[in-house]
Ligand binder design. Structure first.
Ligand code: SF4
Ligand code: SF4
Length: 346
């Protein structure tokens, strides 16, 4: 059996929904995080990294619905962690298969290894390798307007994995535009879905302003990020209240985010310090809504957004309990709490 087929079989047997292969040509022109040699250099492997294996695993959409509706925070958190751990494990299994065939190969982390030699790396968190760029070049997924990547039938509710190798694997083509999961992309920009933008309480994405990335022969378009510190603020769990005041993520934070990047950074530091004073809770996901709201189907996405925007507001009691209340109940609850407690959330 040839190597491509053996890898695809291994991954599909273990639950991957799509598998693809990229090389330096299909990634040419991409950002630094598409440099496959970086992964080998960082591990002191002297050989050339010629190819990457990319694969996608599905997340549990029932658990996601409960998470979005703020009925159950922990089922999705557990599924997300399990699936990320599985993607790392599978990327290492593929690497082992390749090493057994005599090639150099390495599995990769999921969003936890950064290029620490880059100035201010802790602020921008440049990854060793970008799973999404590799996945798009390999035809495993395509970009939605959010910049999250996904697949028809799954939307962006997937977790990616990548293995880097010295083997010269046969590449797979990028996904054709008509197969894109994103309403906006599939219609060539004519359908203005953008529910991913609406789902972000920290307004990370521009609704009409794009950024571009070139990978091989193709240039891709997705929303311009206003400031990635906004996501650190929101996805990091420091804040959660939507500007309407009607709903939130699972975070009880209620900060107003300044446009000015220096003031935003100051506010991020202040909210992080205040968070240290919150009563302790079991760590769990609080956001990811831009990714989770999109199931790759217009009706399902609309249903998800409705659940989110009607899900109420998270408030933390002085004993640490997280309660979900209507906007009015939440405001009343905060008003009647000890001021030294309620002041820790805004
Ligand atoms: S929510 Fe809509 S615009 Fe955003 S990625 Fe999904 S389909 Fe595209
Ligand atoms: S993860 Fe949350 S805070 Fe970050 S961009 Fe997505 S919706 Fe916004």
């Amino acid at each position: 059996m040839d190597l491509n087929r053996a890898i695809e079989e291994l991954l599909k047997d273990r639950g991957a929904i799509k598998v693809g292969f990229a090389n330096k040509d299909s990634l040419a022109g991409g950002p630094p995080s598409t440099d496959l040699d970086y992964v080998f250099n960082a591990a002191d492997i002297a050989q050339e990294a010629r190819s990457a294996v990319s694969f996608a695993l599905p997340l549990d959409q029932d658990a996601i619905r409960q998470f979005i509706a703020k009925k159950d925070q922990h089922a999705h958190t557990a599924d997300n962690r399990r699936t990320i751990a599985k993607s790392i494990r599978l990327s290492n299994e593929v690497a082992e298969l390749l090493r057994n065939e005599g090639y150099a190969a390495l599995g990769t982390d999921a969003n936890s290894t950064y290029r620490q030699e880059v100035p201010l790396w802790h602020r921008f968190l440049p990854p060793d390798i970008s799973h999404r760029y590799i996945a798009v070049a390999a035809g495993v997924a395509s970009f939605g307007w959010s910049g999250n990547v996904g697949l028809p039938g799954y939307g962006s509710t997937i977790i990616l994995g990548t293995t880097v190798t010295s083997a010269e694997l046969e590449t797979t083509d990028p996904m054709p535009e008509e197969e894109n999961f994103c309403e906006w992309a599939k219609s060539g920009g004519r359908v203005d879905c953008k529910l991913c933008v609406e789902s972000c309480v920290v307004e990370m994405f521009e609704k009409n302003d794009a950024e571009y990335v070139t990978l091989g022969d193709n240039t891709y378009t997705y929303s311009r990020r206003r400031n990635t510190n906004r996501c650190v603020f929101g996805c990091g769990g420091n804040t959660g209240l939507h500007k309407s005041g009607k709903w939130s993520t699972w975070s009880p934070g209620r900060y107003k985010l300044p446009d000015d990047p220096i003031k935003l950074n100051r506010e991020l530091r202040r909210s992080t310090a205040q968070r240290q004073e919150h009563p302790p809770v079991t760590p769990a996901a609080t956001c990811g809504m831009c990714q989770l709201v999109c199931f790759g189907d217009k009706k399902e996405n609309a249903k998800n957004f409705k659940l989110l925007s009607k899900s109420g507001c998270a408030v933390q009691e002085p004993d640490g309990t997280l309660v979900i209340l209507s906007a009015e109940e939440a405001a009343e609850k905060l008003r009647t709490m000890p001021q030294e407690h309620s002041a820790l959330y805004s």
